[in-house]
Design a protein around this ligand. Structure first.
Ligand code: DLZ
Length: 161
């Protein structure tokens, strides 16, 4: 597997724009909250580390990853932001829910990026097991929340051009 034994979340701060003037929205799914809290913490830490101000980071919760699209849409409509990060974790069970929930979240967030001028970053883990999710939300493979934060900063700067 491509990510085996690799931490993909190490970033070079010098290559990331300063985020001091940027405003971020983080929409967090409560389903699999052990994982989504890890992703949220990773994202917030990276934003602060890159210069973002605590008061410029807004967090909203939604019940599950399926609701991320609506949460992000509402946030875009009501808040002054430069980027939004949609945070979720879908873990494969005995049914095909993973495909539907992931598909809806990915499609919905893609649609928001087409329809709105503010970038929405996809930070939804789609794993077969809880261990895989733990490994990618602050475990041995790093934290996808960190990667999402760096993407959000870069896309916010692009949006300001
Ligand atoms: C229903 C459901 C299931 C089975 N699994 C997950 C999951 O692994 N991750 C997740 O974020 N949400 C899950 N949900 C909840 C749906 O996202 C949604 O909240 C409900 O279907 C209500 O619309």
């Amino acid at each position: 597997m491509a990510t085996e034994n690799k931490n993909l979340s190490v970033y070079n701060k010098e290559s990331v724009p300063n985020a001091k003037a940027l405003r971020f929205g983080l929409v967090v799914a409560e389903w699999n909250d052990t994982i989504t809290e890890g992703l949220y913490n990773g994202a917030k830490e990276a934003l602060l580390d890159c210069g973002a101000l605590e008061e410029n980071i807004t967090r909203w919760n939604v019940p599950g990853s399926f609701e991320l699209t609506y949460g992000c849409k509402k946030m875009l409509a009501t808040q002054e932001l430069d980027a939004v990060i949609a945070i979720g974790s879908v873990i494969r069970g005995e049914t095909t829910h993973l495909d539907f929930v992931c598909g809806a979240a990915a499609q919905g967030i893609k649609d928001l990026n087409v329809l709105h001028d503010i970038p929405v970053i996809f930070c939804v883990l789609t794993d077969d097991t809880m261990q895989q999710a733990l490994d990618r939300s602050g475990g041995k493979h790093g934290n996808k929340g960190t990667e999402a934060a760096i993407a959000a900063i870069k896309m916010a700067m692009l949006g300001r051009k």
